[in-house]
Design a protein around this ligand. Structure first.
Ligand code: FES
Length: 108
């Protein structure tokens, strides 16, 4: 079930999201890739800004918090969403944990 409050949307229980490690959250027309790694959650667009392919099967650099698109190897910072090689950028969403649930701030 999804609840909204000032653009904050409940994604689900953190225990389930931690088990899944990678999951997709759909909200309106957007697909958000949720990642649990290094004891942190990250939320980014699941749509590569290069040619629009999904990032969900991209390889992750756990030390530098990057994800690399499996199609043409563009890499993105998981915190800022910025591409490491050019000016492209994807949305990286603010997250909060409230009473055992993960909430995401849907912007833009
Ligand atoms: S679609 Fe992601 S790098 Fe080309």
């Amino acid at each position: 079930m999804t609840n909204t409050l000032d653009h904050w949307v409940s994604v689900g229980p953190i225990n389930r999201l931690k088990r899944e490690k990678r999951s997709i959250f759909r909200f309106q027309q957007k697909q958000v890739l949720l990642l649990w790694m290094n004891e942190q959650f990250f939320a980014i667009d699941n749509k590569c800004p290069h040619q629009g392919f999904p990032l969900e099967s991209g390889s992750i650099d756990f030390e530098n918090f990057n994800i690399t698109c499996p199609y043409h190897n563009w890499s993105f910072d998981l915190i800022s969403g910025k591409c490491l090689f050019n000016t492209a950028c994807l949305s990286a969403y603010p997250l909060e944990i409230r009473e055992g649930n993960l909430w995401i701030q849907m912007t833009g």
